[in-house]
Every structure is written in C-alpha cells, then in structure tokens.
Ligand binder design. Structure first.
Ligand code: HT7
Ligand code: ZN
Length: 871
C-alpha cells in the first residue's frame, strides 16, 4: 500500500447526494443493491468516476438506467472505475457479500453462532467499501434511505440509521423494514443490525420539545443488564443540552450490544453499536470500574452526535477533531457526574501510562499526523487522550464562558460540514477575538514536551521569582518545533498550608489564589509580590497541560502539597512524585522515605478525606511508568524496586491499613449508591497492601472476602490477591469463580485476565493452556485482549529472560493476523518499547519482530506496525 499524505488532500471529484440501499440479508450470502445519485465537481471535469470497493462480488451494474458491459468499467482489489461517467449520474450496482466469513469485523458481519447470531456492521474507518461500491471518504456526505429484507423468524429485528419509515410482510416468511436518515452523513457512520434481539425502552423529551424513543437492544440473557446504560444515556442527553446547548435530532435513538467487536463502541447516526463490555452492567457481574466505563462510553458515543456526526472530519488526518474533542466532553461529563478530581487523576493516569509511552517510542505520531499507511492503526492514545488534553488546554486558556462561546460558533459555522483542526481553532479564536493558531503546533508535534520550574525567594523584598521553561520533545517527528502554548495553572503555598493571594509585580491588587499563565515562549519568569515566606509552588493544577513536569521541589515541599494542596489531582501528583523518587533511589533515600511515609500516614488519619482519593494516594505509579525511569529497562530491577516500595508502604502503614480494611469491610453492603464505590476502592487497595507480603492476616481476609462478596468488585479484588499469592487457595478460588460465572462471557474475560496477570514466569504456560479451552475463542477480540493484552503488560511472563514470552506472543500475533488484522496490529504494538530494554531482551524482541516482518503473508495493518516499530 502507498502512504496517504495530508498535503495531498483534494476535495472529492465525485460526491454522492442521495443513496438508496436495499439489503437481502442472510448470514451466508447478502445481496446489496445501491442506487447512488452522483455529482461531479465541475472543477475536476476530467476525473474518472472511482468508487471504493473491497471483497465485493459484482452482480449487476448500470449507469443512468443503461446496463454496463465489462468493457465500460474496471474492477480491481481497491474498487471500481467508470471512466466515461460525466456530470450528474445515477449509478446502480448489485453486489454479493458473505457476512459469516468476515472475521475481520469490518463491514457486515455475524456476531455469535451461525444458528443464533445476528448481523451487524462496523464501517469506521473504511468498512463501508466492504458493503457496497462507494466514495468511502468522510467528506462525502449523503442522505441515506435503507430497505432491509430478511427471514422474519431468524431476523425479527431490522435496524438502520435515522427514523423508521415503514415495515411489513413478504412472501416465504420474510419481512421488510425501511429507515430514512434525514441528516447527510459520511459512509463511516452507516449501520444496520438484523437478528433476534430483545430491548428495553424509555423516552426522552429534548429541550427543543422532541419526544425521542430510546431503545437498548441485547440478546435475551443480557437484557436485564441494560438499565445502567439507559440511565447514563438520559444523563448524557441532558448534560449536552445544559453544557453545550446540543439537543438530539432524530425521533429514535437505538443502541445495540454485541460480544464481537474490535473496539469499545461506535457512534453510527441514531444506531450506536457497543461492545457488550461497555454497555452491560450489573452488581453481581460488573465491577464499579465497569459501571464507570459504561457511563463514560455511552456518553462518549452519544456526544459524537454533534462532535463527529453533525460536524464531521474532512479526512482521517483530522480524526482527533472528533475523537479528542469527544473524549474531552466525555471527561467533563464524568467529572460532573462524580468526583472531578478523581476523574482527573484517572485521566492523567491513562495519559501517562498509555500516551506518554506511545510518544516515547517508534510508534510516536502527531495528534494530526502528516501521513499514514493504515488508518486503523491511528485509533491511538495520542489521537484520543492527547487530543483531549489539547482541547482541555484551550478550555483552560479561554475560561468556561469563552470556551462555550467558541464551541457555539464552531457548531454554528460547521453544522453539516466536514471540518478541519484549523476550522476548530479559528472558531474558538474568533468567538473570543483572539488568535489560537499557535495551538496548531500541539497537533503537529509528536513527543512529550518537558516543563521545568525553578523558584527563588527574596526575603528582603518578599518576592518570589518563578522561572518556567519548556523543552520540546527529543523525538520530534514534525518539522514544526516552535515553542508550544502551555497553560500553567498555579498556586503558591506557605509552609503552614495556606495559599498565597497572587499578585504579579506591576499589578495593583491580588486576584485569587489560583491563576493560569500561558507559557508560549521557551522561558518566562513570573515575579510574585507580597509573599511573606518561601512558598511551595503548586504547578499544573488539575494537570493543566500534557507535559512532563521537571520541578525543582524538595521532598518536604512535595509532602506539604500531599498534605495541604486544595487540588486533589496535585495532592496525588505529589504522592506520585515522592514514590517515583524512591523508585529512582531503589528506596534508599531517607528524606524522601520519611516524607512519603509521613504524608501517607497523615492522609490515612484524615477522616475527612474522600476514600477514593486516599486509595489513589496510596497507589504506586503504573509499572510501565516506573520502568521508563531506567536508562535501560530491566524487568527484574523494575519488579524488585516496585516490590520493595510496596512492601515499605504495607509495613509502615500496616496497623492503619488493617484497621481501615476491617472497618470498611464491616460496613460493606454491596450497594451501587454514590459513596459505596469510593469506600470499596479504598477497602480493596488496603486488601492489596495486606496481601502484598503474603501475610496470613491478608490472605485470610482475601479468602473471606472472596467467599462472602456481595458484588463483583469485591469478589474480583479478592481473587486477584489470591491468584497473586498462588497455591491451593488460588486454585480453589479460580475454580469457584468459574463455576459461578460459566455462562457469562464478560465475567469469563475477567477470569482469563486475572490468570494472565499473575506475576510469575509460569504464567506463560497458563495462558497457553487457557487458549485450548472450549470457552476461549480466537475470533473474539474481548477474549483475545483479556489474555494477550494482559500478558503483554506482565513483566514476569512476557519479558521472561529466556525469550519464551516474546516467541509465544509473536506466534499468537501471527495466528491472529489471519483472523482479524486490526486485533493483531494492536497486540503487535506491545513490542513498541523494545529499544528501551537491556541488551539481551532487546535482541530477543528485535529478532521476533524481524521474524514476523519476514512472513510471506502479512496484513497491511500488521506490516505497518512492524515496519514502524523496527524503523
Ligand atoms: N469512533 C469509533 C471508532 C471505532 C473503530 C475504528 C476502527 C475499527 C473499529 C472501530 N470501532 C469503533 C469509536 C469511538 O467512539 O471513538
Ligand atoms: Zn470516539
């Protein structure tokens, strides 16, 4: 495949205004009749008509009512060319496809078994071309009318985008349903679903007075687990009206759950399709984290209706325009539904763990890349998470009202259009009479910039000089290396824990104790006056910019922030910084150790502290973040240092942790109500600490919790502790867990994942054995991720010194590539940090990557990842 370049973008030579589709649906063979009203761009009068199409069997083709002979068109593996078409034409094609053979899960495919499964589509990014011939690019917006025909007994439910437009019976036990979508949309938002599904129903009245029928469809055995998603949907609809003035625009909103889905969910217009993992929830089978994920993903897909669907992307280089913006909106929604600082901590954790690692390796790319080989490989943490951080910086810099003004203008200007990142920045800037074009550098530069801060206090003048400077990322892939605008939210704390009213030299009066300064040069110095003692700076409050902090702050200063900062996120960042320093020093740094231990003990003694925040304060940075601290990653060193750090916390806080666990455990009701998940989070972090040294006190509690758990959160947390400890109790608990949940595919995924996470070299054999079980399916992405994504994060098994982990993992990637190239490519990306490892493992990983890239048959998806990883 040839790379696609942003600078090659040209407006479409041929657009589709209206499209009428007719489907004769069947799992083995489906026929698709498409009538396209095509319009040629007069400025590109010489351009031949080209329509994308892959794996389609062409049965019939006519142009303006005249049947075409094979001499009138050319067919190749990428599509169909009709050279003599000119101006406004009607093209009619009939094709045949085979959904049940489609294991790549792009286009029309079968979920579940041949006998009992249902048919559904996934078109983003380029799946529509596997359904019919079409100008399959996001800047071609068309109105769709869709007729579905199928056997009534086998496919009683027939759904597509838009509003229902009639249904009826056909001879031979068949029936039909027609759907009309009044909103022009790109082909990637097309969807249909056909099969035996149950539904729950509710209604929502929009702020514009539209009564919307809401339905969630799932297979019969899961229908009782849809209520949380329905509640989340209604909350999302209200929130988008209140916070962004955006109301829903169809008479129906349908959501369908499937167990066979490559990603989380898909925002098809009026017909969202969800991986069941992010839709179904019930206290007996889902953890508190699962509940939170469902709420977030339901909101995310719903919010796409405006950021993605009504205003879509001009081309796939602009992917973050919809994804980054929608992640930001989702994050804000979740913050409003629960605890703002906790949500921020979780989002920062994800960014640091997934995006910083991506940005530091060979797969690093800009939020708006300049070129790609395979767009499916760009649904990354950089596009989503870093993209959301850029929107957050804009929101911080413009303030709440300014950001809302900007978003209003963005929607007003671009509704019904396919837009660019430049359009977005221009709308936000114009609405606020400011130029935000320097934020474009954030979209163009790959890599994580560093922010340093150095303070100097002058007692004589009671001034505090704070120098902020930025260093661009070391791996700059883009030519643009201009300084970035970095909004730095800051406060100054006095040793007694009070925040200083902030007044800069030259200002008449102080304005607040927290202010935002945008560093848009290499360096700047802020001079604060009326500072009565040497202050401790609290920087990047709320983590106001996605940079690597390099602050000149002592361990005692961090301890002060950990104790007194009014921003929960910064308290947590202070704790993380202390832990990271201890990791760096292999726990041999007495001052930092005392500061951390005292700080955590004080936090445990603070009865007013939110238990969930306390759980976060007590948690170490992720293994992968700590591993990055080493010049060359040696998994044995990482493991030893983390173990020592964890054991220190467990030992020093033992009495407090034990007392807190027992108290929280006695209070446990298994409820879903607002404060219960926070208490469970702390309780289970305490259990984790109690079990970290394999003490009987901890293991007995874990066994007891496992036996008597009232909810999945508690049962799974106890199982994790037992499996980590190993031996007979672990075997017993695993067997009991399986027996309890043998019929529930999503719970079985947890059972697989817990075993793949066991920190032991033997885990590799366990994983291999697990793949042979009847309840493991190679063609089910959830099962594959449960085992192999988890394995790839397992320092002990994946990174075994004998290389068996890499060889086994590579063989599995190879096997998966023939089934689902997107899944194989995602897994292969786990090798991305190979160059950061010590020489022995580095060579082993490199040779496995080399073996894979030399395979005679390789999907474009996997080849792209391997090439970039090895480059
Ligand atoms: N917009 C959706 C992307 C998506 C996707 C992309 C490639 C292959 C399969 C996919 N399934 C869903 C998801 C989202 O809302 O971000
Ligand atoms: Zn999205």
């Amino acid at each position: 495949r040839a790379p696609v370049y942003l600078h090659d973008y040209r407006a479409p030579a041929w657009s589709v205004r209206n499209v009428a589709l007719e489907f004769d649906l069947d799992a083995a063979q489906t026929e698709v009749l498409a009538e396209l009203e095509l319009q040629q761009d007069p400025a590109q009068a010489d351009a031949a008509l080209f329509l994308h199409g892959e794996a389609l069997e062409l049965l019939e083709i006519s142009l303006d009512g005249c049947e075409l002979s094979p001499a009138d068109y050319q067919l190749d593996a990428n599509g169909l060319t009709v050279p003599h078409a000119r101006g406004n034409v009607r093209l009619r094609t009939r094709v045949r496809i085979a959904p049940e053979l489609n294991t790549a899960l792009q286009g029309l495919y079968l979920s579940g078994s041949h006998e009992a499964g249902f048919l559904l589509t996934q078109c983003e990014a380029e799946g529509f071309r596997r359904i019919t011939f079409f100008t399959d690019r996001p800047d071609v917006l068309a109105r769709y009318s869709v007729m579905l025909r199928a056997d009534r007994a086998r496919y009683p439910v027939l759904l597509a985008n838009g509003n229902p437009d009639g249904a009826g019976e056909l001879p031979d036990g068949r029936h039909w349903a027609r759907w009309l979508d009044p909103h022009p949309k790109p082909s990637y938002l097309f969807a249909l679903v056909a099969g035996k599904l149950e539904h729950i129903e509710d209604h929502y009245r929009t702020s514009e007075g539209r009564d919307v029928c809401l339905r969630i469809y799932a297979e019969a055995n899961a229908i009782a687990q849809c209520d949380h998603a329905m509640r989340s949907l209604k909350h999302s609809m209200r929130w988008d009206e209140e916070k962004f003035g955006r109301a829903y625009d169809l008479d129906v909103f349908n959501i369908v759950a499937t167990h066979d889905f490559t990603m989380g969910a898909m925002e098809n217009k009026g017909l969202n399709i969800f991986n069941a993992k992010y839709l179904l929830a019930n206290m007996q089978t889902s953890t508190d984290a699962d509940f939170a994920h469902v709420e977030a993903v339901v909101a995310h897909e719903y919010f796409h209706n405006w950021t993605g669907n009504r205003v879509t992307c001009r081309d796939w280089f602009q992917l973050s325009l919809k994804e980054g913006l929608t992640v930001y909106r989702e994050q804000e929604f979740c913050a409003d539904m629960g605890s703002r600082s906790l949500k921020r901590i979780e989002d920062v954790q994800t960014l640091w763990r997934a995006q910083f690692a991506e940005d530091a390796g060979p797969l690093a790319h800009a939020v708006r890349p300049e070129h790609y080989l395979e767009i499916n490989n760009f649904y990354t943490a950089t596009i989503y998470e870093k993209g959301a951080e850029i929107v957050r910086m804009l929101a911080v810099a413009l303030g709440r009202d300014g950001f809302r003004r900007g978003m209003d203008l963005y929607f007003a200007r671009h509704d019904g259009q396919a837009a660019t990142v430049e359009d977005f920045l221009a709308a936000l800037g114009d609405a606020n009479k400011t130029d935000l074009s320097n934020y474009l550098s954030w979209y163009r530069q790959a890599g994580t910039p560093r922010l340093s801060a150095n303070g100097r206090y002058d007692a004589a003048t009671r001034t505090y000089h704070l120098q902020l400077s930025q260093q661009v990322a070391s791996i700059l892939l883009a030519a643009d290396n201009s300084p970035l605008p970095i909004p730095v939210a800051l406060s100054l704390y006095l040793p007694n824990g009070d925040a200083v009213p902030l007044r800069l030299a030259g200002e008449v009066a102080a304005s607040g104790i927290e202010r935002v300064f945008v560093l848009d040069r290499d360096s700047m110095t802020l001079v604060f006056e009326d500072v009565f003692a040497p202050p401790v700076p609290s920087l990047l409050r709320g983590y106001s910019a996605p940079v690597l902090p390099q602050f000149d702050v002592s361990a005692d200063d961090l301890a002060l922030l950990l104790r007194a900062d009014s921003d929960g996120c910064n308290r947590w960042m202070a704790a993380q910084a202390l832990m990271t320093r201890l990791f760096d020093a292999d726990v041999n740094d007495a001052t930092t150790l005392v500061a951390m231990n005292d700080g955590l003990a004080a936090a445990m003694d603070d009865a007013t502290l939110d238990p969930a925040l306390l759980a976060q304060l007590l948690s170490l940075p992720a293994d992968s973040i700590l591993a990055e601290r080493l010049a060359e990653i040696d998994p044995d060193v990482v493991h030893a240092r983390i173990g020592a750090l964890e054991k220190n916390i467990a030992m020093v806080l033992h009495a407090r942790v034990l007392a807190r666990y027992d108290a929280l455990s006695a209070d446990e009701t298994g409820a879903v109500e607002a404060r219960a998940p926070a208490r469970r989070r702390l309780k289970n972090r305490c259990l984790d600490l109690l079990c970290s040294r394999n003490d009987a006190a901890g293991i007995v509690r874990a066994l007891n919790q496992f036996e008597n758990a009232r909810c999945m959160t508690d049962s799974l947390a106890a199982l994790v502790c037992l499996v980590r400890a190993g031996g007979e109790p672990a075997e017993h608990a695993l067997a009991a867990f399986h027996a309890r949940h043998a019929d529930d595919a999503l719970v079985l995924d947890k059972w697989f994942a817990v075993q793949a996470a066991r920190p032991h070299a033997d885990t590799l054999d366990t994983v291999q054995a697990l793949t042979e079980r009847a309840d493991f399916r190679w063609n089910n992405p959830n099962k594959v991720y449960a085992l192999f994504m988890t394995l790839a994060r397992n320092l002990h098994a994946f990174h075994r010194a004998d290389g068996a982990g890499y060889a086994y993992f590579g063989a599995c990637v190879q096997r998966l590539d023939a089934i689902n190239p997107q899944v194989a490519a995602r897994l292969a990306a786990s090798f991305k940090e190979w160059r950061r490892y010590e020489p022995h493992r580095r060579a082993l990983m490199q040779s496995e990557l080399q073996r894979l890239i030399e395979l005679p048959t390789l999907s474009p998806d996997l080849r792209d990842i391997l090439q970039r990883a090895l480059a």
